[in-house]
Design a protein around this ligand. Structure first.
Ligand code: GUN
Ligand code: FE
Length: 427
């Protein structure tokens, strides 16, 4: 592996003190080895001149469906259950090995280009091995898994699995991919949502996630129609039911959670369950607006995700951050979701949600080098040099401002006007 030195760059650390300063970062193999001023370039294989640029921790998106990338534009203007039945499930059923692979690769390209370095991803019921191959080839950090669906009147027969088979296929994929590339890839059990999963399946997922110590990633309390079905069938609300099946713990990620009752919030808080807030998707599917300020006030873990491409038409974290901030302000006042809070959810908050708070999510010595270099000198911010870069990033940056993305110390995207140099050029 190569060693990398990034010189004279504005560093948004997201460490405990939220330090922001201009300095150098030295990356050795996959780790941030040194942060300081005038670091020697003698050991660096590659030097990046960061002058006038800003470096941030790579974004962590805690809810993505790579298998849905190709469906963009094919599933608009519907609510969740109709959207699934009429559009998404038939499209997922039509996937083959190649289309899954390229769907995943296309989504990952978009994510990396817009500064996301870690994802929690959910695939469809079949061909998930090909999505893992795309994840492996791309260099992105991911927790991913095969969707599990073994019941539901509305689920098409060609997507419905037998319970045992669903579990066996998941375990086979787990054994193949969990901890691949020194843990860059991890398996996460992905029962789709309570509506499509039997009690037997969910109980087994609970047992296996404890046995293998892996995450469980599912949707919960997203849409009123979905909640009605769950209440009718189980007599409980989503989170109460998942807790009843012993799934509520710190390794559970619940996407959406728009409509939580007090009991559900109590369980989430007590059991340290993680919520993935997907503001773009919640708006486009007309699901509602989650009361995130209220969740954060209770110290509940809330991170961000773009959901699938057809849920909001892009996988861009800049978009999600801006929406997360803006949609709350009319209800909770202008300071409710300030830029710092939202940026934290997108970086260190997401890192903690995936159990990697000590490894990613901030720029600190000893952490993995998952870094994104931005050029914020665009006309819409220039020349406000005294403005906090976090405010610029949350309220006005776009994916076009991303110049370089580094994951595990490896430059995975480098383009536009970013100037990279050989050692000799800097000497
Ligand atoms: N609930 C169950 N499946 C899905 C899905 O694919 N997307 C979203 N947004 N919600 C779901
Ligand atoms: Fe989703």
């Amino acid at each position: 592996m190569a060693n990398l030195l990034i010189k004279n760059i504005e560093i948004v650390t997201m460490n405990e003190k939220n330090d922001i300063f201009v300095g150098d970062i030295y990356v050795e193999d996959d780790l941030i080895n040194q942060i300081g001023e005038n670091l020697p370039i003698s050991h660096a294989d590659k030097v990046i001149n960061g002058k006038g640029r800003t470096i941030i921790p790579g974004f962590v998106q805690t809810h993505i469906h790579l298998c849905q990338t190709l469906f963009r534009g094919k599933a608009d203007d519907l609510e969740l259950l109709d959207w699934l039945k009429k559009k998404i499930w038939p499209l997922e059923a039509a996937h083959d090995e190649e289309s899954i692979y390229y769907s995943a690769l296309l989504g990952i390209g978009e994510l990396i280009q817009s500064g996301t370095t870690t994802i929690v991803d959910m695939e469809t019921v079949h061909h998930t091995d090909f999505a893992f191959q795309a994840i492996a080839a791309s260099g992105i950090r991911a927790l991913s898994g095969k969707v599990m669906m073994d019941k539901g009147n509305e689920v098409p027969k060609n997507l419905q699995e037998n319970t045992i088979e669903s579990i066996q296929k998941s375990v086979d994929l787990l054994e193949k991919w969990n901890m691949y590339d020194q843990g860059r890839i991890k398996y996460a059990f992905s029962p789709r949502f309570v509506v499509s999963c039997s009690e037997e399946l969910l109980k087994e997922v609970s047992r296996l996630s404890n046995l293998y110590h892996v995450y469980v990633h599912t949707h919960a309390s997203e849409n009123r129609g979905e909640i009605e079905i769950v209440e009718y069938e189980t007599g409980m609300r989503n989170v109460t039911y998942l807790d009843h099946l012993e799934l509520a713990n710190e390794r559970l990620i619940l996407a959406h959670c728009v409509w939580l009752d007090e009991e559900e919030k109590r369980i989430i808080k007590e059991k340290k369950v993680n919520i993935s807030h997907c503001p773009g998707s919640n708006l486009k599917l007309a699901s509602g607006i989650a009361n995130v300020p209220n969740l954060l006030d209770q110290d509940i873990s809330v991170s961000l995700g773009a959901d699938g491409a057809p849920c909001n038409n892009n996988l861009d974290m800049f978009n999600e951050m801006r929406l997360a901030a803006l949609i709350q302000k009319p209800f909770h006042g202008p300071t409710a979701m300030d830029a710092q809070t939202v940026f934290k959810m997108a970086t260190i908050g997401g890192a903690k949600a995936v159990g990697m708070g000590n490894e990613i999510g901030s720029i600190e010595v000893g952490k993995k080098a998952d870094l994104v270099i931005l050029n914020l000198n665009d006309f819409h911010t220039y020349p406000m040099f005294d403005v906090n870069p976090i405010s610029r990033i949350v309220y006005s940056a776009t994916r076009a401002d991303v110049e370089t993305t580094i994951i595990n110390g490896k430059v995975v995207m480098e383009n536009r006007i970013m100037k990279t140099m050989n050692k000799e050029d800097v000497l």
